[in-house]
Design a protein around this ligand. Structure first.
Ligand code: PRP
Ligand code: URA
Length: 357
């Protein structure tokens, strides 16, 4: 097997030993250094191995630093890389069987060379089990990939985290829930419009005339998915007051969890606009995908999906069904339950906004 290996000063000695053993076991070893014991920055070496694995140049990677932890964190930033920091044979086995890890990160300071040698052997020889683990690994990779490619943006702001926690609380009453949905819509809208182009405009202040900026480019249409999407509209209109509002009505079939469309009314010039599709919940992704497909058929080329809580399953479906859409979410939650509700989620957004629980 083609194996890429690198270390920092905390793993340099063990690397030399492992290179010898791996070559002796018949592997083709790509040694990315360092070739001396001087202090180096571990991310520089982690990224060499991660790049080789990510591009397919190497089938697996091995990294050694003092603990293995920094190497794992750095390598994991690369698309397609699943790096595991491992110190025991059981973890070496499981990171392959369950997680399909392709980069092994070892501790040069706290683990003996003979143990690390055994961890490498297990890591290189143990196959991925697939089955239920394949679905989980695919989800993990889809979200990581989407973020790396700027197709999924998850808000990282203390006020968003704070407001979202109140929103999720089952004790939050309807009035407050509604207000928080509007406020969070404004935050996520702020992020979703960050790349709007600007043009120069002459402005005369009370003191002088100068060249200022104003938003140029396409006009905006806000397209809520009924019902729950309606709860986000005012927040977005506060941000883009001149936007037109189209509506797409859908509900999820309780048995199949697939969406049923019951209403659609879009601005006549929707194909000339940037469309912000809004819905607080992205669960299976069925409703959002159908709404986005509807807009594509109407000729819209810039579609952005804004939600408050997204599930990995929904992100994967929307992005795989539409190669150009971008998703903006306040949070990416863990998973769906058997009723296709998001966990931990916030329950039924429509019912909580409109008080129909
Ligand atoms: C909810 C939510 C989304 C949809 C998400 O609407 O507001 O539109 O479910 O689920 P999906 O990603 O699996 O399609 P619901 O069908 O409950 O209708 P409502 O907005 O009228 O309450
Ligand atoms: N729709 C909701 O309102 N909540 C969920 O968790 C899933 C779909």
């Amino acid at each position: 097997m083609k194996v890429a290996i690198a270390a920092d000063h905390g793993g340099y000695e063990q690397k030399a030993h492992l290179v010898e053993r791996l070559a002796g076991a018949g592997h083709e070893v790509m040694d990315f250094g360092p070739m001396g014991a001087d202090a180096v920055d571990y991310p520089d070496y982690a990224l060499k191995v991660a790049r080789a694995v990510s591009s397919g140049e190497a089938a697996r990677g091995i990294l050694i630093c003092g603990t293995g932890l920094g190497m794992a964190m750095a390598a994991d930033k690369f698309p397609g890389v699943r790096a595991a920091a491992v110190q025991t044979p059981e973890f070496a086995t499981l990171c392959r069987q369950h997680n399909d890890a392709n980069v092994l990160c070892l501790s040069g300071r706290f683990v003996e060379p003979t143990v690390n040698e055994e961890l490498c052997r297990i890591f290189l020889e143990t196959p991925f089990e697939g089955g239920r683990h394949a679905k989980r690994v695919a989800k993990m990779m889809a979200c990581g990939q989407a973020m790396a490619m700027d197709r999924l943006m998850v808000m990282d702001h203390p006020l968003v985290a704070h407001k979202l926690s109140i929103l999720r609380d089952e004790a939050t009453p309807t009035k407050l829930f509604r207000e928080l949905v509007q406020e969070l819509a404004l935050f996520v809208g702020y992020e979703a419009t960050r790349d709007f182009p600007l043009e120069d405009v002459e402005v005369t202040t009370p003191l002088e005339t100068f060249t200022a900026k104003r938003v140029a480019g396409k006009k905006v249409a806000i397209v809520p998915i009924l019902r729950a999407g309606l709860g986000m509209v005012d927040g977005l209109l506060a941000l883009v007051p001149s936007a037109k509002v189209g509506h797409i009505g859908m509900y999820r079939d309780h048995e199949t969890h697939e969406p049923r469309e019951y209403y659609a009314k879009l601005p006549a010039d929707v194909d000339q606009r940037t469309c912000l599709v809004v819905d607080p919940m992205l669960a299976t992704g069925g409703s959002a995908s159908m709404a986005i497909g509807y807009l594509r058929k109407a000729g819209v080329d810039d579609v952005r999906l804004l939600c408050l809580v997204a599930a990995p399953e929904g992100v994967e479906r929307v992005l795989s069904e539409d190669p150009d859409v971008r998703i903006y979410a306040c949070a990416l939650d863990r998973e769906l339950n058997d009723d296709a509700y998001i966990l931990p989620g916030l329950g039924d957004a429509g019912d909580r906004i409109f008080g129909t629980l």
